[in-house]
Write a protein that binds this ligand. Sequence first.
Ligand code: UD1
Ligand code: MG
Length: 451
Amino acid sequence: MSIALVILAAGKGTRMHSDIPKVLHPIAQTPMLVHAMRAGASLSPERTVIVAGHGAEAVEKVAIAEDESAIVVRQEEQLGTAHAVMQARDALSDFEGNVIVLYGDTPFIEPDTLQRMIEARASHDLVMLGFDIAQVQPRYGRLIMDGDKLVKVVEYKEANEEQRAIRFTNSGLLTCDAKLLFDLIDQVSNENASGEFYLTEIVAIANARGLTATAIKCDESETLGVDSRADLAAADAEFQSRARATLLELGVTLMAPETVYLAADTVIGRDTVIEPNVVFGPGVTIESGATIRSFSYFEDCHVSRGAIVGPFARLRPGAELGENTRIGNFVEIKNSEIAEGAKVNHLSYVGDASVGAASNIGAGTITCNYDGVLKHRTVIGENVFVGSNTLMVAPVSLGNGAMTAAGTVVTRDVEPDALAMGRARQGNKPGYAKKLVEMLKAKKARKDKGA
Ligand code: UD1
Ligand code: MG
């Protein structure tokens, strides 16, 4: 059966108190909308329609970056969830099949749950997704069931005391034949406590027409909706604890799991050890058997097996570490390949560079990659020994087996096996240190007396 997703993402999210549209707030460094899109993508939908309103341009940008075939439609005024779905009508006018309505602010829905909704659709015209809420809350609609049959959905504002006590609660997600869905929505009115067009009203309308509706159940944690910063923090915490549990399950050691912050797409191989307090930004892959020491920070980079990184290392976008490399404390690597077995152990900046296999980069080394206008590359060959406190003013290259003397400023290419030495020549003055100290002490004594 063909599937089209309609993802509602027009709401302002007043309670976020933000200039950023709610659905673009990130969980695990990925916008909520993208989480919802990825969950929906698991059904291989034929079409994905996103209903945007507040911050529509920004929403569109993010949506298209995730899926360039997504169709973003506008809901200029937010008149309710039924009105929002209606905005997808034109985009689906020639679509035949099932629509699944998802919310952009409900990011944790599991592919398996969506699959179960589709399965239930085989025997019902309309399927909604509900959950048993642990503590009754005013913000959700109540699902009124009669056995298997979903009779109607009552929003909290319209519910009586008895209905308010019902724990089977509406997640907002539903699935229905496309043509039928728009047909049912045509009948929805806004005569209710909020003056909004409630999507949930289609249940009663369907029943009145002799159609069948049901609701299936999922876990409450899957339907966590985000309406405030506190909800966002709680959702992120929930994501983190699940992602950590998955890593542990896969054979990754997390010495203090609750202190490791993961992104939605972090990949870590088995037998890698992650020490306490490590942060993973988006786009990070750590292969197996690596050791990530405390207080390291990663973004958009790749660490090969057996590497040891940190403590206090920063790997920025484009850092590509080969097998068994060593990146030590207070080292920053950006847009650079560090080949197998190479070491950058202390206090260095390596940017826009390549470091050949088994080379050693001494403490305090800096690639001067930026001239204030343009970025330039530094190319370091294999088995190169870069002495401490070397500055390499890019563009520059060091051939295989080359060395630099400590404190050298490299401004010209160094040929293979050559030693580059570029620093002021040292002269020693015998006895001068002692004389100087005596002179300074005498000066201080005169000053103390005078004061
Ligand atoms: C809705 C449901 C409620 C359910 C709850 C689950 C209705 C009438 N009520 O209530 O039964 O328990 O979700 O979270 O459907 N949106 C638009 N355009 C609009 C209105 C909303 O795009 O005009 C989007 C919002 O951005 C959001 C989603 O639809 O992503 C839900 O809207 P929201 O206002 O949060 O609905 P609730 O009042 O929470
Ligand atoms: Mg809501």
